[in-house]
Design a binder for this molecule. Structure first.
Ligand code: 4EH
Length: 230
């Protein structure tokens, strides 16, 4: 199977590249795509750069040019739910775009005509992840991820996103990647390890925990890859 693995930041895919070993590099559309065999699968790995636009470009290229049959996203996120602590893993059940606002036309926050507020991730990939978590002895949370082109470091903004979308975590790429995959008909899975709590300390916590949380997410994704299609 051809599996795409993407992150937004270099730090989110470095732990994956370290494990998969030798790979080829292809430059295209402003990204570097790394390809290799891993177990029974062909992998294409890339980091997009930050935000919804760059992540949409990368996901589209992975689907269209690299023939990805499934897309797995690995990275970090800010926690909304009080149950989520730094280093905890959350898989998205569904994703939304918290910064979409055409409410002036009577639409709800996050809604774009001919689209939907929430995009659901693949149910089979989620159940595979649940099995992996049990076998690894890891507590895997499942919930809604809200995406927007903002690094959220404010209790007020965080509370608004929680109240409006019932989101458990927030980041800057999952919602756009979900939208791309849904439109290409590619099953996708978005995994995030918590790096901060999206409040006043978010910037400091993020810098402190980016590498360690990215590693937690990457390790889990690679375990999923090994079990895919078995
Ligand atoms: O890719 C962006 C990174 C932050 S911006 C989204 N990622 C990390 C997830 C994330 C996040 N997103 C919004 C973790 N915590 C978040 C939060 N709000 N509180 C960035 C980071 N470092 C340098 C430059 N930009």
């Amino acid at each position: 199977m051809k599996i795409a693995i993407m992150g937004a930041m270099r730090e989110e895919i470095d732990p994956i590249l370290e494990v998969v070993g030798s790979h080829t590099r292809t430059e295209h559309a402003g990204n570097t795509f790394y390809e290799c065999r891993y177990g029974n699968h062909e992998l294409v790995i890339a980091y997009s750069k930050i935000g919804k636009v760059f992540s949409a470009i990368t996901a589209s290229v992975m689907c269209e040019r690299f023939g990805a049959e499934v897309l797995l996203f690995s990275g970090v996120a800010g926690a909304i739910s009080k149950d989520l602590k730094i280093g905890d893993l959350l898989m998205a059940s569904a994703l939304c775009q918290h910064d979409v606002d055409i409410t002036a036309f009577g639409h709800p926050f996050g809604f774009i005509p001919e689209g939907s507020v929430m995009v659901e991730s693949d149910v089979q990939l989620r159940s595979l992840a649940a099995e992996v978590a049990v076998d690894m002895g890891i507590d895997l949370f499942e919930g809604i991820i809200a995406t927007g082109d903002q690094f959220v470091a404010s209790a007020e903004r965080k509370a608004w996103i929680e109240a409006t979308f019932h989101a458990d975590a927030l980041e800057m790429e999952g919602g756009s990647v979900a939208c791309v995959c849904q439109n290409f008909g590619i099953p996708f899975f978005i995994l995030r390890a918590i790096s901060d709590s999206a409040d006043g300390d978010a910037g400091i916590d993020f810098d402190t925990f980016l590498a360690s949380s990215a590693q937690v997410s990457a390790k889990f994704i690679l375990e999923m890859v090994q079990r895919l299609g078995r």
